[in-house]
Ligand binder design. Structure first.
Ligand code: ADP
Length: 480
């Protein structure tokens, strides 16, 4: 597998959670898995030094990439160490924008993967994740067709979010050592620019999205980001496989980030978590005394953990907050105008809205556990993990019926809406007052199982059935 993130080493979102858990699930099924990612700043170097050093050539640029290795849950995590490219403050950029050489940084990662495959880990399948690994199948099929290492090797691409495509000026082509003849609308070009994700979609032997509903949605203009035509033309090699979650990390019975553990059999620890969360977020004024009242009189706590991006619909939350009779805790970071909106709301309603701007793994767990309701009004959501964590934590999800939210939350376990966010929140707040109905809903959600077992088997099927294509650039893209 080749990816730009893997938990616990480097994480900005759900991609990392998947790379931290799917490989181990495949290993449990008997596969041998290596994951290659950049050695970013802050990832502790394993003792013993690199296992090999690769010369990597990308167009006119030569790099020396040292490969380090860590075993975790019997998965080989390999780190590409190239300080001039990866030893930086952020994974993809800083507050002022993406790094302008991201196309070089991730092209080098793809070339390093091919080098690793030649020398220390000879795969049957390359599994590329998102645009950062999009050039892997292109290099594989266009420049290595005569290399026996790669005869019969398949290449699968997973789309974790079509909204992030790796789009660069056409001039990057020469810089990347790619054949200019591949730059056309049926190849690497997307509206005059070089597009890494499109490259992956065109050249991979099979493509999947991270939930069945999202795989269908991206073939429509509404969710296709301009690629719906391309994806429709590839419908026969496009599937949806729902992400699983790692219940070793996300389990209220054992979670080490919580002040108290609990289960569906004994929910008393969840009250402790709520009380502690209200205190941690400075909402104790209104919260604590109410906690001692009977459930009917208690104020429900709505939790949100998110990236502040247009996708996540936080502007819609800002419009309807504060909620009647509910408190709100928000953990997130991202776009400045959205951060400012929530800063403002917390200042305006200090007794009922608390906001933490930043990234905090422990607090994310405590919000999952301490909230009564978890809100995800995403405009689109490829899979979404937090709603799945919420189910296990007895925190009732209120979600938009889209993508993986549609596939994981049902009428028995949560509240879904298409357009009426406020109506869905109201319905949840109303049911919260019915203690028994609420407790049964919590318990039904806690009993749902989204572990990797089933989805990892689906990936195995995808790996084995993907037809191997030798050269992709010759074929028509919009085949009938
Ligand atoms: P996406 O990948 O689009 O951000 P997902 O729901 O698939 O959304 O995954 C988000 C993951 O990132 C979850 O594990 C969530 O807990 C975590 N996360 C998001 N924002 C934060 C934050 N500010 N602090 C801690 N964890 C966060």
């Amino acid at each position: 597998m080749v990816a730009s993130e893997a938990a616990p080493f480097a994480k900005t979102g759900g991609l990392a959670d998947v790379l931290g858990s799917l490989p181990a699930a495949l290993v449990r099924l008997g596969d041998d898995v290596a994951v290659l990612l950049p050695l970013y700043r802050g990832i502790p170097l394993p003792p013993g030094g690199p296992i090999l050093t690769l010369p990597v050539q990308v167009g006119p640029h030569g790099y020396s990439v040292a490969i380090h290795e860590i075993f975790r849950h019997n998965v080989r995590y390999l780190f590409a160490d190239c300080p001039s490219l990866y030893d930086r403050a952020g994974l993809y950029g800083t507050a002022s924008g993406d790094y302008p050489d991201n196309y070089i940084r991730f092209a080098v990662l793809c070339q390093a993967a091919l080098g690793v495959a030649r020398s220390v880990f000879r795969p049957d399948v390359f599994h590329a994740h998102d645009w950062q690994a999009g050039l892997l199948p292109v290099y594989l099929r266009e420049s290595l067709t005569l290399d026996p290492t790669f005869f019969g090797v398949r290449c699968v691409l997973t789309i974790h979010n079509l909204g992030y495509q790796g789009s660069f000026p056409a001039t990057a082509i020469a810089d990347l050592g790619l054949d200019r003849r591949l730059f056309h609308p049926e190849g690497l070009e997307f509206f005059g620019r070089l597009n890494f994700l499109k490259a992956g979609i065109v050249w991979a032997d099979a493509v999947n999205a991270v939930s069945p509903t999202y795989a269908r949605e991206i073939q429509t203009p509404e969710f296709g980001f301009g690629m719906d035509g391309l994806l429709r033309s590839r419908a026969s090699k496009l599937t949806g496989i729902l992400n699983g979650v790692d219940y070793d990390e996300w389990n209220p019975e054992t979670d080490r980030h919580l002040p108290a553990n609990y289960s569906a059999r004994d929910l008393s620890g969840k009250r402790v978590c709520k009380r502690a969360l209200l205190e941690e977020m400075g909402l104790e004024e209104m919260g604590l005394e109410e906690l001692d009242l009977p459930a009917e009189a208690r104020r429900p706590l709505i939790g949100i953990v998110t990236r502040f991006a247009h996708q996540k619909g936080m502007d819609l939350v800002a419009k309807i907050a504060p909620f009647a009779e509910a408190a709100l805790v928000v953990l997130g970071s991202g776009e400045a105008p959205l951060e400012n909106a929530f800063r403002f709301l917390a200042a305006r309603y200090p007794d009922r809205i608390a906001v933490r701007l930043g990234y905090d793994e422990g607090l994310a767990h405590r919000i999952e556990a301490g909230s009564d309701i978890f809100l995800m009004p995403s405009r689109y959501e490829p899979c979404g993990l937090n709603q799945i964590y919420s189910l296990r934590y007895g925190t009732v999800p209120v979600v938009r019926a889209t993508g993986g939210l549609e596939d994981t939350v049902d009428e028995q376990t949560g509240f879904k809406f298409r357009d009426d966010l406020a109506g869905a929140v109201e319905a949840a707040l109303r049911e919260f007052q019915d203690r028994e109905a609420w407790a049964s809903r919590m318990r039904r959600g806690m009993a749902r199982d989204f572990s990797w077992d089933a989805s990892a088997v689906e990936y195995q099927r995808l790996y084995s059935k993907a037809p191997v294509r030798r050269v992709a650039s010759g074929g028509p893209l919009f085949a009938s």
